[in-house]
Design a protein around this ligand. Structure first.
Ligand SMILES: Nc1ncnc2c1ncn2[C@@H]1O[C@H](COP(=O)(O)OP(=O)(O)OP(=O)(O)O)[C@@H](O)[C@H]1O
Ligand SMILES: [Mg+2]
Length: 382
């Protein structure tokens, strides 16, 4: 698939901009702070309904405006779809496909699929577990959009269960046993489905991550993945657990931590406290990997995501936001070779020379709220 056209209204620094894109490589070049990342962030938002930079929607809306609109024409298996999302902070967003409104924005998930490489990705190795859970869940939802509903239901249940625990903590232990049992049932049912899906995803990712890491950094040990569960001591887990086994273990662990939970007023076990383990050779990447190794690990995770999505159907749109500046010339070249045959690759850079020649393509200059196609650098094959 590829994005054929993008229109932004009051998104980030843009009051209005329209860009026509083609399959193949497109490069956006411009000085710092001119709006390159804003463009690719908008495309990523259409695919994932979230920004790779911020958790809240408010920063996405241009100062002084009340709402943003992202519109894109997406070419998918020979069909053109017009996707649109209206971001209204504090209210629910509105999504449309071919001008007809969807009952829920999350029904947009899976229509446009992207894999984004960005400087923020380093937190996948260095940061807290929530960024790694986010990585797994986002990829899982791109592959199986139905799971977005399961995740939303899990989060709602968790919130309600936490509220009950909190009120129990406040009243020093007086709480409604039957209500807690009902929340436990919901939590276990939804949570075990999420965990089961994550475990299958981790197992699908293992081989492509190992391969991509070996290709990028042949001399730096093997990359391995694992899943660390908060609800069992048998970690890391592989994919051999059935959903029923997961549910049984999860339920037992809730019984084990119940006293603690009632004191602290939070749910202590479940997929919201699990982690994706990243290992290089015999050590966890976090705390041991060098800067370059951490980058290779992150790139391997993204390349493996690309490989899985490509196997599921047509190519996702690849977005490389400012990554070449972070890499040495060997890794730059290797990464470029590994992505160049994707159906569409969007690259941003402040310095055009950082982009390997392998990735030559259409060129756009981003400056002062405008994105201008640079005809001199066009491939001329239209
Ligand atoms: N909600 C907003 N309203 C108006 N301007 C915004 C908003 N959010 C961000 N900006 C502005 O957008 C600009 C940043 O754009 P962006 O991150 O796309 O830059 P960039 O071209 O990718 O730069 P770099 O090369 O440094 O990565 C900043 O000047 C920032 O102040
Ligand atoms: Mg940027």
């Amino acid at each position: 698939m590829y994005v054929a056209a993008l229109e932004l209204v009051d998104f980030r620094s843009y009051s209005h901009v329209q860009i026509d894109l083609r399959p193949g490589v497109s490069v956006l070049v411009g000085r710092n702070g001119q709006g390159k990342t804003n463009v690719v962030e908008a495309i990523g938002y259409l695919a994932t309904l979230g920004s790779h930079r911020v958790a809240a929607d408010q920063p996405l809306v241009r100062h002084e405006a009340e709402r943003s609109v992202i519109r894109a024409a997406v070419e998918r298996e020979g069909r053109r779809l017009l996707l649109e999302i209206e971001i209204v902070p504090g209210k629910s967003n509105r999504a449309r496909i071919n001008k007809s409104q969807l009952p829920r924005p999350r029904e947009l998930l899976g229509v446009l699929r992207t894999v984004m490489f960005a400087p923020e990705d380093l937190t996948l190795v260095r940061g807290d577990p929530d960024s790694r859970r986010g990585f797994l869940d986002e990829l899982m939802m791109l592959r199986t959009p139905r799971l977005a509903g399961v995740k939303a239901d899990y989060e709602r249940t968790l919130k309600q269960r936490n509220a009950l625990l909190k009120s129990a903590a406040a009243t020093r232990g007086s709480f409604d046993v039957t209500t807690l049992a009902v929340w436990n049932d919901h939590l276990v049912q939804l949570g075990s489905e999420l965990v089961h899906e994550r475990l299958m995803l981790v197992s699908d990712l293992c081989a492509p991550v190992r391969q991509a890491y070996a290709d990028l950094a042949p001399a730096s040990g093997e990359a391995e993945l694992g899943y660390k569960a908060s609800w069992t001591n048998a970690a890391p887990l592989a994919d051999q657990l059935s959903r029923d086994q997961i549910a049984a273990e999860f339920r037992e662990s809730l019984a084990r931590v119940e006293r603690d939970e009632l004191q602290r007023g939070v749910t202590l076990a479940g997929p919201h406290r699990d982690d994706l383990l990243l290992r290089l050779g015999d050590h966890p990447a976090k705390g041991y990997a060098s800067h370059g190794e951490s980058w290779s690990m992150v790139l391997a995770l993204r390349l493996a995501s690309f490989a899985l999505l490509r196997m599921d159907g047509d190519d996702p749109v690849l977005i490389l936001d400012d990554v070449f500046a972070e890499l040495d010339s060997t890794r730059r070249e290797r990464l470029a070779e590994m992505v160049v045959d994707a159906e569409q690759v969007l690259v941003t850079a402040a310095v055009a020379d950082d982009i390997p020649a392998t990735l030559s393509g259409d060129r756009f200059t981003v400056e002062a709220g405008q994105v201008l196609s640079d005809p001199a650098a066009d491939r001329g094959d239209a």
